[in-house]
Design a protein around this ligand. Structure first.
Ligand SMILES: [Zn+2]
Length: 307
């Protein structure tokens, strides 16, 4: 069964990014998350990108082609037998086109690799969303809507982890950062934040699914509360009726029932005949008001205490 996270990635990889600035930002984030440089002797630099799903691999290839039609790519699939997981490898062949591409992405400066924070790429608001989409596609995960809210992006470098943390904080997300061994995880735990993030990066459907699940959870909690209140009321009525019956039996045992006023005697007989009904129903049977019935029953209980 595909996970919710992979559904989200499928949705994201179908989104259209028309602006060139955003395409560059998204591709840069994707490559930062899952690419490594490969040097191939005289041919120069190549890239190897590892994607967790075919959709993400296709997205990378599409973005690469849009940026530069001359880029040569090939795809391979690798299986990790222990984890029963497939990894899709996008190989970007070493060649003349790679260096200009990496320079454009800001990864190379004067021919050397730069582990920058891509600040130039995310100056514009539209590009920030695109950059975060790339980061999520490259290393994101999110709980399914029925579970507790949790979204995280796992970066392989401290620089990228911190860059994502800073960017999300600037966008006012309540974001956390933690390192697990060699990975750096930025995460969101609040439902509203998870929904806002998904909507921001273009996963509107996923955001809506979470909202629907959250509403359902709320309605269920309300129903439970109501049922609990009703159960408590019912229990109180049962306890009260038991107390009244005990009082009546006590009066009967002492031979005091016959000496009660007619009203009280009628009430006692009715209660004995209908031990399970509520006080309101008892009042209706005796054709008196609820407060009148309450008064009579209290009187019976007081008299029984005196026995
Ligand atoms: Zn843009």
């Amino acid at each position: 069964m595909p996970s919710f996270a992979s559904d989200v990635k499928n949705e994201l990889s179908r989104t259209d990014t028309e602006r060139e600035c955003c395409q560059t930002a998204e591709l840069a984030a994707l490559l930062r998350m899952g690419a490594s440089m490969v040097t191939d002797g005289e041919l120069g630099l190549g890239l190897r990108f590892e994607a967790a799903s075919a959709a993400v691999a296709r997205r990378v290839i599409r973005l690469l082609r849009t940026m530069d039609a001359a880029i040569e790519t090939s795809v391979a699939m690798e299986r990790t037998p222990q984890l029963r997981r497939r990894t899709y490898i996008v190989n970007i062949a070493a060649g003349e086109a790679v260096t200009p591409l990496l320079t454009r992405l800001g990864f190379l400066e004067a021919g050397t690799l730069r582990a920058g924070t891509d600040m130039e790429l995310i100056r514009k608001k539209c590009c920030r969303a695109a950059y975060l989409r790339g980061a999520f596609l490259g290393g994101g995960s999110v709980n399914r809507p029925e579970a507790s809210c949790h979204l995280e992006i796992t970066a392989k470098s401290a620089t990228m982890g911190r860059a994502l943390h800073t960017l999300l904080r600037r966008l006012h997300f309540p974001v956390g950062l933690t390192d697990r061994r060699d990975t750096y995880v930025v995460y969101l735990k609040e439902g509203d934040a998870v929904m806002d993030f998904l909507a921001l990066i273009g996963a509107e459907e996923a955001a809506e699914e979470i909202e629907v699940a959250r509403n359902l959870k709320e309605v269920r909690a309300q129903v439970n509360r109501l049922v609990n209140v009703e159960t408590a009321n019912l229990q109180r009525a049962v306890d009260a009726a038991a107390g009244q019956l005990a009082a009546i039996e006590r009066l009967a045992a002492a031979g005091r029932l016959v000496s009660l006023s007619e009203d009280l005697r009628e009430t006692a007989e009715m209660r004995r005949a209908h031990p399970e009904i509520t006080m309101a129903e008892l009042a209706a049977l005796c054709h008196i008001s609820k407060s009148g019935m309450s008064h009579r029953l209290r009187k019976i209980c007081t008299l029984a205490e005196e026995v």
